[in-house]
Design a protein around this ligand. Structure first.
Ligand code: 2HA
Ligand code: ZN
Length: 272
């Protein structure tokens, strides 16, 4: 059996959480990540017959039965994952009943997965239907994205359009746009269900005045989506209140989308 601490997926979780912490997006226990693992690959590091303990997940995740995820822990700080992955992360398998998580590794201090597990697992279920290669769900509190939530209308078309205007690359990186939820109580099945519904259509979902969810095939893709929204939001906040002399026009965005052959939300542009 190989040492789990050398597994690329543990390494990826350590590096990503440290990076997000350093960017100032994940203060204290803010943010959470879940990564769907390949069972064969995990079996090189863990005895899959050994269940440390079981934890109820609070809803039915039937389409994920048998699937294994590495997930950040509840109340744990991104700041500390790199130094102590076995306490701050856990590897769970969705049990045969679809409503219990079997802990295979981690949460060493008796802890459990993020309180946002419903939003994560429901988002995985929704994204896997659209893209069978989806593996990552990431939640974060990026500073400028959050700031923008207070001064910009929380409307999917308007928010996406403004973000697309802020950086040339935006429409190419997230042509599917950004879904938006109003402020809702976090850590509940209700926000999980609402997030998953949006995830049928979007890889990015803003939680009004709270943060953002991203989903993708790889950690890089998912991080890159959130990073690009955050960059656009930063430009927006830096220019807010100044006279707007120039902008990227909708016709320019069409040219970009056509050049890079991306299927974009045409209804989010104002084309004549
Ligand atoms: O886990 O970010 O949404 C801490 C949070 C809750
Ligand atoms: Zn949060």
């Amino acid at each position: 059996m190989k040492n789990i601490l050398t597994a690329p997926f543990v390494e990826e979780m350590r590096k990503t959480t440290a990076n997000m912490y350093r960017l100032g997006w994940d203060e204290r226990n803010g943010g959470n990540i879940s990564l769907l693992l390949d069972t064969e690959n995990v079996s090189e590091y863990l005895d899959l017959k050994k269940v440390i303990r079981t934890i109820p997940i609070g809803f039915k995740a039937d389409s994920l039965i048998g699937k294994i995820f590495i997930v950040t822990g509840t109340g744990k700080y991104f700041k500390n994952v790199d130094d102590d992955p076995e306490t701050n992360l856990g590897i769970i398998r969705i049990a045969k009943d679809g409503e219990t998580a079997e802990l295979l590794w981690g949460y060493k201090d008796g802890g459990r997965f993020t309180s946002e597990l419903p939003a994560h697992l429901m988002s995985h279920m929704a994204r896997l239907k659209v893209d069978p290669l989806n593996r990552v769900v990431m939640h974060s509190h990026p500073t400028h994205t959050l700031a923008m939530n207070y001064v910009h209308e929380l409307d999917e078309k308007k928010l996406t359009h403004t973000l697309w205007e802020m950086c040339t690359e935006c429409i190419v990186v997230f042509p599917d746009g950004v879904g938006v939820l109003p402020w809702m109580l976090c850590g509940t099945n209700e926000i999980g269900e609402a997030t998953a519904k949006k995830m049928e259509e979007f890889r990015l979902v803003v939680w009004g005045m709270h943060g953002i969810y991203g989903a993708g095939k790889t950690m890089d893709e998912t991080f890159g989506l959130i990073e690009t929204v955050e960059k656009a939001a930063q430009i927006y906040m830096l220019t807010l209140g100044s006279p707007r002399l120039n902008t990227i026009k909708d016709e320019d965005m069409v040219k970009l989308a056509e050049l890079f052959k991306v299927d974009y939300r045409k209804d989010f542009l104002n084309l004549k």
